[in-house]
Design a protein around this ligand. Sequence first.
Ligand SMILES: Cc1cc2nc3c(=O)[nH]c(=O)nc-3n(C[C@H](O)[C@H](O)[C@H](O)COP(=O)(O)OP(=O)(O)OC[C@H]3O[C@@H](n4cnc5c(N)ncnc54)[C@H](O)[C@@H]3O)c2cc1C
Length: 383
Amino acid sequence: MLDFTLSPQHQQLQQLYRSFAQGRVKPLAREMDEREEFDMALLQEMKEHGFFSIPFEKRYGGAGADVLSYALCIEEMSKVDASTGLTISVHTSLCASAINEFGTEEQKQLWLRPLANGSKIGCFGLTEPNAGSDVAGARTTAEKDGEHYVINGEKIFTTNSAFADTFLVFALTDQSLPASKGMSAFLVDRSTPGVTVSPDIPRMGIRAASNAAVTYQDVRVPAANLLGGIAGTGFKIAMKTLDGGRIGIAAQAVGIAQGTIDEAVRYVKERVQFGRPIAAFQNTQFKLAEMQTMVDAARLMTYRAAVAKDQGQNYSTYAAMAKLLASDVANQVTRGCVQLLGGYGYAREYAVERMMRDAKITEIYEGTSEVMKMVISSSMRLK
Ligand SMILES: Cc1cc2nc3c(=O)[nH]c(=O)nc-3n(C[C@H](O)[C@H](O)[C@H](O)COP(=O)(O)OP(=O)(O)OC[C@H]3O[C@@H](n4cnc5c(N)ncnc54)[C@H](O)[C@@H]3O)c2cc1C
């Protein structure tokens, strides 16, 4: 059966996320962007509301909801502030979900529980200055020393790192093997000596989110911090985790696009030119109709990927397709909405300006659009 309606529970959650986003996040969005800093009181409030807990089982302190609910949350937050969507998304899909899916039972009790109950925030350190799309080019190492590993290297663009407590970091445990077999994933507490978080990297968009380089210098962690307990599984963990993460980024892109349309619809009804609201011009109506159609298509693909993950199906191609389409739509739609607002769309006073800057990153992180095409085409068995 194919059913395109959200269940009553999902509708209820969507309403809850929407009312928090509109009431609490929206009023802060512009100021956070201008300050280039996330509001820590808002972060605390979000923890208390369970926004960092959504798809995790109650036995680990989570809310016991599903990936679709999580996608709805990211969409609603990103409608008003993409940085808020990203902050929840990196914690949930890239850090806590990796522990949920690959951690041992002890690791879930020790590391997942505080992330799933929102008392701690997580981040994900994979990208390095010389290893982005080509993850296998990573140079960070973790050398075994008795019952410990010693991590050395530099990660860049680690989202949430200014305030995260738990760092999931990828390092080579066997440099004689290709990264696909020689890389491992480690759980590192922020307070571990040798972990240094640099100041945030100044950016075009999602400026309220934290994003920085993190260095690991002789960071000594117990062997028990090796995620899943098996060395050499890091590459697989990274790839599978990013597959799931792309559902969140697709939802973020859908949210940015819908939020921008919502702003534009309000504006065109009020703005009068040539004696009529600009909403009366067919160009305005057709442009909005085209954009809303694109957003709905991207939303359906995003929900399909989320539901496939919830149902235990293979979702990686669906997630890549959803991210590829939704990120393109977010960029086209935000540009189109700035155009509909004319000069005011270009002014920082209007949210569409920020949303256009925020949209760009959805085509880059958690795999660029080119990488998405590699993932999709590889599933088509062309070779
Ligand atoms: C704001 C922000 C937040 C981020 N958050 C995180 C995070 O939390 N954790 C983390 O680990 N990383 C994070 N990243 C890193 C992000 O995932 C990488 O920037 C991204 O994967 C691209 O890598 P790169 O920047 O090194 O670009 P490159 O890999 O150098 O790519 C440059 C260009 O070359 C293209 N290209 C590369 N290889 C190919 C190929 N084989 N065929 C065709 N085209 C190709 C790319 O598509 C791109 O257009 C973040 C980045 C930003 C900017």
